[in-house]
Design a protein around this ligand. Structure first.
Ligand code: G3P
Ligand code: MG
Length: 350
């Protein structure tokens, strides 16, 4: 793929608006494009495939590196997406590198949670799959889990050293694949100050990429997300521990996610317009957030305030009729599909 700057070399005046697209329930369900997403995205490039409108994907999903996700999205949606246009729920974890750079941290979730964290600069990260293998019988149900084939992945020297090294933080990077084991092992880490099998100790910090209770997915009704996993973990932890679980969730609707998205869009504009002298200083009049989840996308962009303009689609979590809005977190505009949203934006901005 060409880089963003190669794509954009002929442009001169930066537009005063940008767009953040949610992914699940807006442009994809599972791996299937929805709502005319490929056509809608093509409108943001000129005839020679040069990006003309600054846009990013702002998703709570994740589990893979942004560069890999950019390639997957490019293939699924038929336009060239650069890694700098992909902001995932776990992308703000980068900002914690200084604090945990060389500390032992455990990464949880589907996909490649440890590679994600390593790419962000964390140097001593272990996926919970491997961590659990270092402690014999930590998961008494493991022998019944037919998919457990990882035994060979951890060498025994590493096993011994990991067992005596204190875990300094746990990061839930993406959806837990094995709730029973992950809740068990996380409770072991969190109640012992990071040394499973030992006595009680101060709770190490716990970070979630996001707190989505549910998401749309490919199944007709919504699926439980990371927020549901958090409730399960918290409820069990709180019933075995005198102090309530402490945690931070960094994805949408946390204002940090929207601040970060604005910074990423500003940097994208600097790259598109070669404005390195004023890198990241562009001011947007409007940033459109196109999402399907009122409690996440709309709540977050409303809270973030200027310059955010929330648009709600009807292809995902929100299932109201075509004249309704969400009662608690109303969007500025409700549309059927992402294509309708982009058509509105292009009309509004012309
Ligand atoms: O697991 C991902 C899901 O919770 C939400 O994804 O793209 O709708 O933010 P998205
Ligand atoms: Mg969504």
């Amino acid at each position: 793929f060409s880089t963003i700057s190669q794509l954009s070399s002929q442009q001169s005046t930066p537009p005063s608006f940008g767009i953040a697209f949610d992914i699940d329930g807006v442009v994809l369900r599972g791996n299937t494009p929805i709502g005319g997403a490929p056509r809608a995205l093509r409108r943001l490039y000129d005839d020679s495939g040069i990006l003309k409108i600054p846009f990013i994907f702002l998703t709570n999903g994740g589990g893979v590196r942004e560069s890999k996700r950019a390639l997957e999205l490019s293939e699924l949606l038929g336009v060239e997406i650069s890694p700098s246009q992909v902001v995932q729920g776990h992308s703000p974890f980068k900002q914690l590198v200084n604090r945990f750079e060389n500390e032992l941290i455990v990464a949880v979730g589907k996909g490649e949670p440890a590679s994600v964290m390593s790419e962000y600069g964390f140097k001593n990260v272990i996926p919970i799959d491997e961590y659990a293998l270092c402690f014999e019988s930590i998961d008494p149900l493991a022998p019944y889990k037919k998919w457990n084939t990882m035994e060979a992945a951890v060498n025994s020297a590493r096993k011994c050293s990991i067992k005596s090294e204190r875990v300094q933080a746990a990061f839930i990077v993406s959806d837990s694949v094995d709730w029973s084991r992950d809740i068990q092992v996380l409770c072991d880490i969190l109640r012992t100050g990071g040394l499973p099998g030992s006595g009680e100790g101060p709770q190490p910090p716990l970070y979630f990429a996001h707190d989505d209770f549910k998401y749309q997915g490919a199944f007709p009704s919504e699926r439980f997300g990371m927020g549901a996993f958090r409730i399960a973990l918290e409820s069990i932890f709180n019933s075995i521990h005198s102090e309530a679980l402490k945690y931070t969730s960094l994805g949408k609707p946390n204002p940090v996610a929207f601040k970060n998205a604005e910074v990423v869009l500003k940097l994208l504009v600097s790259t598109l317009y070669h404005d390195h002298a004023h890198s990241g200083s562009h001011d947007f009049r409007t940033l459109y957030m196109i999402g399907d989840n009122p409690f996440v996308d709309i709540k977050g962009s409303r809270q973030a305030g200027h310059p955010w303009f929330p648009i709600l689609t009807r292809t995902g979590v929100f299932k109201g009729d075509c004249h309704s809005n969400h009662a608690e977190f109303p969007a500025n505009l409700v549309v059927d599909t992402v294509e309708d949203a982009v058509n509105f934006i292009m009309r509004n901005e012309s």
